[in-house]
Design a protein around this ligand. Structure first.
Ligand code: ZN
Length: 289
């Protein structure tokens, strides 16, 4: 399965001209109560602006646009989910009002503008959230008819799973529930072209389990930030796989990276947290994230 994904990605993915700059757009904290999302975002930013050789290479090849707080008034007020005016902003991507949902309206305009800019290629949109019942970090993606696109969409979470021991591929799922139609991931998944990938990145509010362990480990601010750093570095693996970035770093940097962050490394995910059964239970309990 993994071999097939690699071959498809290498052969078919890049139809766009070389001169286009790749663009990654990241947002967080649309739900103000989900503070772990801010620590993840902090980890991403800290890594990208650091002197780490991987960060330097990424800055040379990829543009990162980051909106760390989509719902600042909700955060200020201490709301759990809504904005000042009582809206769940993550249900209004389809038609945000400049008056009622100003931050969302502005960010959506920026994303649409960038998706039409011939100088850049908007390839990733990732919206960071926190989850109140699941363990580990994991992702939600979209459902497509095109099997090849489905496989390409699974590449990034699989690579992240190799780099972050607390990220679970088996908790990662792809859906098209009607109730999620107004979310950033779903709306932009329909708006952007078929070489773009839109995900929700979720992280547990409380714990993760790594491969082979029997007890959950409580997340800390530091381990949330570490997941953020691992998300950032995974873009190097992704763009190496797609031949955008030629890897000419010294060998000791390449190997130490992989060894120190591989959680099992069998490509099947280290998802020892909750699984499909938990998701079903969650659905029946009406859990939101
Ligand atoms: Zn959320």
């Amino acid at each position: 399965m993994w071999r097939i994904v690699q071959r498809v990605t290498l052969a078919d993915h890049h139809q766009s001209p070389e001169k286009e700059k790749k663009l990654v757009f990241l947002t967080a904290r649309v739900h103000p109560g989900e503070s772990p999302a801010s620590f993840i975002c902090q980890g991403v930013i800290d890594f990208l602006v650091s002197q780490h050789p991987v960060a330097q290479i990424l800055r040379d090849h990829v543009i990162f646009k980051i909106v760390p707080m989509l719902n600042p008034d909700g955060v200020y007020l201490g709301n759990y989910r809504c904005s000042l005016m009582g809206f769940d902003l993550n249900r209004h991507w389809q038609d945000p009002s400049p008056w009622a949902h100003p931050t969302l309206h502005a960010v959506k305009q920026l994303i649409v503008q960038m998706s039409q800019d011939p100088r850049v290629s908007l390839e990733f949109y990732i919206d960071v959230h926190a989850h109140s019942t699941m363990l580990n970090g994991f992702m939600y993606g979209n459902v497509f008819e095109d099997e090849e696109r489905v496989q390409r969409q699974a590449v990034f979470p699989r690579l992240l799973c190799q780099n972050a021991p607390d990220f679970s591929f088996s908790n990662t799922s792809f859906n098209r529930d009607v109730v999620k139609a107004g979310t950033g991931r779903r709306f932009l998944g329909g708006l952007l072209d078929d070489t773009s990938y839109c995900y929700t990145l979720e992280v547990s509010f409380y714990s993760y389990m790594t491969a082979g362990s029997t007890a959950p480990v409580p997340y800390t601010e530091e381990t949330y930030m570490k997941l953020g750093r691992n998300v950032a570095r995974t873009f190097l693996d992704y763009y190496k796989l797609n031949n955008l970035i030629k890897d000419n770093r010294p060998t000791h940097i390449q190997s130490s990276e992989v060894k120190s962050h591989t959680g099992g490394g069998n490509g099947k995910g280290n998802g020892v947290g909750r699984d499909a059964a938990d998701r079903e239970r969650e659905k029946s309990q009406g859990v939101r994230h």
